[in-house]
Design a protein around this ligand. Structure first.
Ligand SMILES: *Cc1c(COP(=O)(O)O)cnc(C)c1O
Length: 337
């Protein structure tokens, strides 16, 4: 269990969730239309082997086949398309060294919006190269002496850039929700939906959809055992922040839910469950061996969660959102050794 370092209450100066205008299903529907010309409508795949193993019918929404390899492209694209012409001319900035940075870089290159990605100087060279390869300007910082948020705020203040956060933003959440929307449009009613969970953008977006399109569907968030801040937050009824967790699910190493994602999740989620890194590796192996696809560790959370909930899901129609497939191939062998 990670140590709980602070019971984070919103500072007085901050808006409270009641005052925040949360996105809803109309925002997701609008996002779907807005981003349709740019995103792949990813396939929904089945596996007789896994259906048999779980005694359920599973529908895998394969966002590992999304552009740049993860659903993050949806939220990034939606956020950029929502900017004014002037904001687009000025450019945007984000501080993610992972899929969000790459997604924003790619979306920016398609829309001719200048993208700045703030990354730690000791980030893997492969990630820096990939993000730069999509045409982003990379600003490196020393994570021991500099604060990435301060750096971003300085860029916003000095260069008029718009900050696009990886999950805690209504347009990002609405964009991410389009994956679950496509899934439900294709499968019809589902009894349960399993969603990988980091900062909660994908889960919150999926919940906005399920609430209206499939009100009887029970939607579960799945996070790594070592990164169970969302489960703790749900139980406590407020956002709980943890130390940077150690897990192979690097897309779920977030320290807390956000001001937008938390209230949506707390309102509608059926439960949040946690899985071990070993369970993620088993799911990764299953995807590779049986479904012939590469899924990154974070993308394996949802299937691992389905296996954990096997008893509850028996006989049900279950959606599994496979969130991404960006994995360092040189590491893949080590996982399976
Ligand atoms: C970012 C990411 C997640 C977690 O998404 P949140 O919106 O932060 O909860 C899950 N899987 C992959 C592949 C990701 O890139």
């Amino acid at each position: 269990m990670p140590e709980q370092i602070a019971l984070q209450k919103l500072p007085e100066s901050c808006v409270t969730p009641e005052q925040l205008s949360l996105p809803d299903i109309d925002d997701v529907l609008a996002a779907a239309e807005r981003i349709a010309p740019y995103v792949h409508r990813t396939p929904v795949l089945r596996s007789r082997t896994m259906d048999k193993a779980l005694g359920a019918q599973l529908f895998f929404k394969c966002e590992n086949f999304q552009r740049m390899g993860a659903f993050k492209f949806r939220g990034a694209m939606n956020a950029l398309l929502r900017l004014s012409a002037q904001q687009r001319r000025a450019g945007v900035v984000c501080y993610s060294s992972g899929n969000h940075g790459q997604a924003l870089a790619m979306a920016g290159s398609l829309l001719s919006v200048a993208v700045t990605v703030v990354m730690p100087a000791d980030a893997p060279q492969a990630k820096i190269t990939a993000t730069a390869g999509y045409g982003a300007r990379i600003v490196l910082f020393d994570r021991h002496t500099e604060d990435r948020m301060q750096l971003c705020e300085a860029l916003v203040a000095e260069q008029g850039l718009s900050l696009i956060p990886p999950y805690d933003h209504p347009d990002v959440i609405s964009g991410q929700g389009t994956a679950a929307l496509e899934l439900l449009q294709e499968t019809g009613p589902l009894d349960a939906l399993l969603v990988c969970l980091g900062g909660g953008g994908l889960l919150a977006g999926s919940l906005l959809v399920a609430r209206h399109v499939a009100p009887h569907c029970r939607t579960f968030g799945v996070e790594p055992e070592a990164a169970n801040d969302a489960q703790q937050s749900l139980r406590a009824g407020r956002i709980i922040r943890i130390e940077v967790p150690t897990t192979i699910a690097d897309g779920a190493q977030t320290q807390s839910l956000g001001q937008y994602t938390f209230p949506i999740i707390a309102r509608d989620v059926a439960d949040i469950v946690t899985v071990s890194d070993d369970m993620l590796i088993k799911s990764m192996r299953f995807y590779a061996e049986r479904m012939k696809m590469v899924v990154e560790p974070t993308g394996c959370l949802s299937l691992a969660g389905a296996q954990l909930l096997k008893e509850q899901l028996h006989g049900q129609r279950v959606g599994v959102i496979v969130s991404g497939g960006n994995v360092d191939l040189s590491r893949l062998g080590a996982y399976f050794a």
